[in-house]
Design a protein. Structure first.
Length: 739
């Protein structure tokens, strides 16, 4: 069969494996050839604030080249192109070697030129990377894939940056020489990343449609309200991250930290991104991006206020902690806005669309980066931003952080106006994220996704049923909505144990559906909804009009639980005559037990004999009645168990236990002989005499039970066997004992 350009699930799994490996190598590569090392190189060359602002923007600025990508590579396999430009990204870094031979402004210009070329190829790869991400993922797992990519990238980045910290702490390598050695390591790992990219399966080609330029795609995207809001939010999120990137030079320019400490700060930032990826992975696919962006935006505002007023004399520990918190929220917003954008990104012209997105980002990043560098030049004024008594609050970058605060405020505004189908409300999301029950619900759902053992899945589902958080309710509703699921029956039973009003309509739908394989379980679960008129009405209808006898009997049992008094007892009595299977009989018995407080149904104790039922049927019916009457010393079921398994002398063992009643003690040996000889007439006579002689006026129920036992005299003795006689003796003994 001919393959389409879309990958099979096996190919997607293979692609994700190589994608994750690529991110491992890429995390190390970018740590050694990316912005932090370039910042340090620029500062060692005495670059200006404007140059530092340009470096902050350069990783996005080079998106200006992207409109040419579809034209240059039209018709070519996008994975091959991505691998090729990734090799070029590392190769241009060889030119940094020129810094060994020049100095001053020429060295700074060389550094900026090489870094610009590096980012040109990087941006080409990023535009193609978005398409790769969509190719190897699906709508149901895209949030997890995006988070996993960030996790592998940042995890590798942390390890490589820790190495960098120790490497730069060595005096011989603390300066420009050490930084250039790290660049060489970055070139090697970058090449390994390119090799992994080349292994990703792909049949997608880059498509360029004449006339479909950036401006046309931009106008089309902005004409759609959903796409427009997501794009603006994405661009604003990138703008905030560009400004926040200036905290790296802030540490050296304002605080005078060493290269090693600045790199260790980048490790802290990478850890924040890993945590943000984990949070996104756990919550974004379940809660939606919008509420998480709102929370993150609000918290980021608080952190930027702190950045505005921190003095340069503050120790590095609180500054590192502040950087961690800020980057966590900024990175989480970035990840979530990317996820929002992929939701509206079409399968066609993906590269062209990404080129447009990053082209606009380039313009915004250039403006934001240069403007941030311009604001940093007002350091003398910023350091005295606020004076409280003798305490001066502020630092040389306070105006830069005010700018970041304003941008974050705009992010929050646009996020509040965003519509996302299926996303939780802010209130509902807060109940999940900021509550113990919500976090436990997330944990249980994740464990449920990973667990295949049936017993463990049942335990998890019942634990989920005990959790009343909205996320747990939502997960249970999703399971109930599936036509078939290995968890569906247990989910219904979990709700029956812990009923919740939000799922009543879901249960009613299943209870009414004659073709649902959990119909009976759903009807049973409705019996837990006491004082719910909707449940009561549905059960009454099912009891009278149910398609199957089992439906009518189950409905009668549940109706007895949710109704009060004997209003429907006459219906139950009438319907019970048509019971054919033992489960129907037991359901009706339970209904009668609840509704018939006088116990008139006990007069039919021996009706199964009259009906000619099997031994199994009669044993079950007798044992069920004994259980409902709480005759449990010993339980009748246990006596039948001993009989059926031929375990010891079941009758002798029972009689030993029953000697606390006079007639058992007096006739113990006779009873053993009568049962051995199957002298049922003698057994019946003894039981009738004993029951007929006792006073049971203290309970109407015992009166009816006595009548049921005495009814044995109306049957021919041939109708009885050992199963009936054991029951007759047991109920006679129990009646005497309880009366």
């Amino acid at each position: 069969m001919a393959k389409t350009r879309y990958l099979s699930e096996a190919e997607k799994r293979e692609g994700r494996k190589h994608l994750y490996l690529q991110e491992v190598f890429n995390g190390a590569a970018y740590s050694w050839v990316g912005d932090t090392i370039v910042y340090l190189m620029a500062i060692s060359l005495s670059a200006s604030n404007i140059a530092l602002g340009y470096i902050a923007a350069a990783s996005h600025l080079t998106g200006l080249i992207l409109p040419l990508v579809p034209r240059l590579f039209d018709g070519r396999n996008h994975i091959k192109v991505q691998s090729f430009v990734w090799v070029l990204r590392g190769a241009v870094c060889i030119l940094y070697g020129g810094l060994f031979f020049i100095s001053g402004d020429a060295a700074i210009l060389l550094l900026l030129a090489v870094y610009t070329l590096f980012n040109v190829f990087r941006m080409m790869g990023v535009a193609l990377h978005d398409s790769t991400m969509r190719t190897v993922s699906s709508a149901s797992n895209r949030g997890r894939v995006v988070s996993a990519v960030n996790f592998f990238y940042q995890g590798s980045s942390v390890i490589s940056r820790l190495f960098t910290t120790f490497f730069l702490a060595i005096e011989r390598f603390s300066g420009l020489v050490g930084l250039l050695i790290l660049q060489a390591g970055g070139i090697i790992t970058n090449t390994l990343a390119a090799h992994q990219i080349a292994q990703i399966p792909s049949r997608t080609t880059i498509v360029y449609t004449p006339g479909r330029n950036v401006w046309v795609i931009f106008r089309e995207a902005m004409s759609d309200a959903a796409t427009r809001r997501r794009l603006i939010l994405r661009w604003l999120a990138i703008s905030v991250s560009v400004v926040f990137a200036l905290t790296t030079p802030f540490l050296q320019v304002e605080l005078g930290l060493s290269n090693a400490l600045v790199v260790s700060y980048s490790v802290v930032l990478a850890l924040a991104v890993i945590l943000a990826s984990g949070v996104s992975k756990r919550f974004s696919d379940r809660l939606g991006s919008r509420p998480l962006v709102l929370f993150s935006g609000g918290f980021s505002l608080v952190t930027f206020v702190v950045w505005i007023f921190i003095p340069p004399t503050l120790s590095i520990v609180p500054i590192f902690l502040l950087g961690f918190a800020t980057n966590f929220f900024v990175s989480l917003i970035s990840i979530l806005t990317y996820r929002l954008l992929t939701q509206v990104m079409g399968d066609e012209e993906t590269v062209s669309f990404n080129s447009m997105v990053n082209f606009v980002i380039a313009i915004i990043a250039l403006v934001v980066g240069l403007f941030s560098g311009f604001l940093a030049d007002f350091a003398p004024y910023a350091r005295t931003l606020l004076i409280l008594g003798e305490q001066v609050l502020g630092n040389g970058y306070s105006f830069v952080f005010i700018f970041a605060f304003l941008l974050s405020s705009v992010v929050l505004f646009f996020a509040s106006r965003l519509q996302e189908i299926g996303a939780y409300s802010s209130h509902a999301a807060a109940q999940v994220i900021f509550s113990r029950h919500g976090l436990r619900a997330v944990s249980m759902i994740e464990r449920l996704e990973r667990t295949h053992d049936p017993a463990k899945r049942r335990a998890l589902l019942h634990s989920l049923g005990d959790n009343y958080n909205e996320l747990a309710t939502s997960e249970l509703r999703q399971i109930l909505a599936r036509p078939f699921s290995v968890d569906k029956r247990e989910a219904v039973r979990a709700i029956a144990d812990r009923p919740r009003a939000e799922l009543l309509e879901d249960l009613i739908r299943l209870a009414r559906d004659d073709d649902s394989y959990v119909q009976l379980d759903a009807i049973a679960a409705l019996g837990a909804y006491y004082n719910e008129e909707r449940a009561k009405a549905v059960l009454l209808t099912l009891m009278q009009e149910g398609r199957w006898a089992s439906v009518r009997s189950m409905a009668s049992k549940s109706l007895a639980r949710v109704s009060e008094g004997d209003e429907y007892l006459h219906l139950v009595n009438e319907l019970s005559h048509s019971a054919r299977h033992i489960d129907e009989t037991i359901d009706f018995l339970i209904a009668k037990q609840i509704m018939d407080t006088d116990g008139t149904y006990l007069r039919d104790l021996l009706v199964a004999i009259e009906q000619g039922r099997s031994a199994t049927y009669r044993q079950t019916r007798y044992a069920a009645i004994a259980n409902m009457l709480q005759f449990d010393n010993p339980p009748l079921s246990q006596l039948y168990e001993w009989m059926n398994l031929e375990t010891g002398e079941y009758l002798a063992d029972f009689l030993v236990e029953a000697r606390d009643v006079a007639f058992i003690e007096a006739h113990q040996s006779e009873l053993l002989r009568w049962f051995s000889e199957e002298d049922w007439k003698a057994v019946r006579t003894l039981c009738s005499e004993v029951v007929g002689a006792i006073e049971v006026s203290t309970s109407v129920r015992w009166t009816h039970l006595a009548a049921g036992i005495l009814r044995a005299n109306t049957f021919a003795i041939e109708a009885f066997d050992v199963h009936d006689m054991l029951a007759l003796l047991y109920f006679s003994y129990s009646l005497v004992k309880h009366s």
